[in-house]
Design a protein around this ligand. Sequence first.
Ligand code: SF4
Length: 673
Amino acid sequence: MASVDWLNDPAKGVARTVRQPQVSMAQIVEAVLTTDIDPEKGKPLIAFIEASTGVGKSFAYSIPAILSGKRVVISTAKKALQRQLIEKDLPFLVQKLGANVSFQLLKGKNNYACGLRVDELDDHDHLSSTDVETFREWFRTSTAGDLSERTHPRHLEILTHVQECVRKSCDKASVCGYVQARNQAMEAKILVVNHALLATDLAMGGGKVLGPYDALIIDEGHQAGKYFRDAFTLRMHHKHPEALKRIFGRTEFDRSELLEPMYDRLFKALPPRSEVLKLDDNLRRIFLDLYDLLNQIRKLLKARNILVDEGSEPEEDASDSIVARALSKLRAGAQLVDKTCRLIEIVVGSHAQRDAEGNVEAGDPTEYVCCVEQRGQELPEVFATPIECGPLVAPALLGIKRVVVTSATLATANGMEYAAREFGLSTRQIAVQQVLPSPFNYPNLATAYIPDKMPDPSAAARTDDYYDKLVTEMHSLLVASQGGALVLCTSYKDMKQFYDVLREKYAPLPYNIGYQQGPPEPLLDWFKRTPRAVLFAVKTFWEGVDVPGLGLRLVIVPKLPFPPFGDPVLQARKKLVGDRMLEAGYDPKRIGAETWMAFDFEEAMMDLKQGVGRLIRSETDMGVVAILDQRVYGKTKGYSPKIRKLLPMPITDQKAGVVNFLSVLGKRHLAGG
Ligand code: SF4
């Protein structure tokens, strides 16, 4: 039976109602998974499908995946979706479809506790014995040593997660949760993973980490680029020498007496703020001295067969557990040394190319941007991140041949171009590009309120007067809706300013307000539990927030979410594309505007669509999205019509009608409707 037969007939007990966009999506996925492709010469069948909330994407791809008989990897960004697939959707569908198909979730190594490292906790004098005992008790009773099963002190998680597993000789392997999860994952027909683990697998050609697979489905695809970037970023922290001393102490690899003062010199010479790393002679010399020393250790580790490719399983291992434990530790240290050497090669190599100085190994053709990042009072961290991650994953995607990328937000005003670029693909390489209609009747459910005469939101113009005017507008809407509102801000500074001005100007407020601080989950709980709640929030609340019903009836966007000016990675990406345009003969005067539209604008539109998408989560939801940014109204910017076109609901600038609508919704919700 074909996938659509299960979705077209509610009597079969799979779909409650027939949703045409869901049926269409299942048809596309089924075609990708089952169309004959010549393994040698056949063109890849890649589909990008935008399907909004309510389409039922997970069923639309899981049913064809189960029925295909192929080994399919499903990758998602968020743990919540992985849990939904593994705990609800896949068991339900496998049972309903009567299919004998196994499925398994596999997380990255650092999500599992390693028994050898749990034993070693006694070696750390600074740990509280109660914490260690509680942790061990959990580990003994846990099913898979999965660290997300409950909350642990963060430092205990770092000290115990799996690093380099030497399972072939580890006497704990037969009861090890990580090994069991990995074995089951290798045998599972459908494997669910996160984007970071997928990135590692794709970078190695596809199949080395996850086992061979026939097809790949990437859900929450709009976030893949960000996770790919994190997975490929190399970092150097001032605590590295401490870690190396702990690992290599009393071995032939120990150089801590030399390394510690070198790291000390380096971190003292770094600029005390976040910026692109610029090398002067002194800094370059320090990096090169450090490189020479680390590279000596790396060569020795390679010669002793301790440094192995990341993600690969060591061929030969030690014969007893004590040696295995020591080997596992050394392998983790070897990875740290290797990554730091690669980072310095990038940092110094890219600069040395210009100055022809320094004895640096070449190799990686990827272009990186190197930065210093300082968080709070901590010493800065050095990191190198690829300017483009797409080229690192595209060859594997094209090699897999059957790939579906889906999300509620993939298309912008330029179609799928931006999304395709994140995967290193051109739109010509994508066989199917489909934006499915929303199943919600937006004209009956929602309105976008875009007022005229909003103040200029540019940084220079955001004076007290700006905040005062916006807060006045917000307050009138919030009074009408009686709360039930999310105010999505683009920075902590703006969020706090709106919050403070509102409290100061209108206290006592007829609604309850809170702002984002600490982890998002408790705050979202507060929002759902509190009548008349208004939550001021930043980036994390622009997506993933799901409040069905009238509890959320108003979403306010004070300012369009353009990326922060000066983001070094974004600047480097724009420069790279700008340089290519220049080489291709583009008018230099147009390049700034073109790259701004290709990156800043596209990114902002993706985020805006996500933010607007918080409002209508089910067919009975209703509400208003208020965008208080004059650039959307359309008198000043050429791009304004493109933004308005992306909004799924009718647009108005007539406040009286909006206030009336919100009053009705507020009353209905508070009356329990
Ligand atoms: S080394 Fe591997 S097999 Fe042994 S306990 Fe750690 S994760 Fe498990």
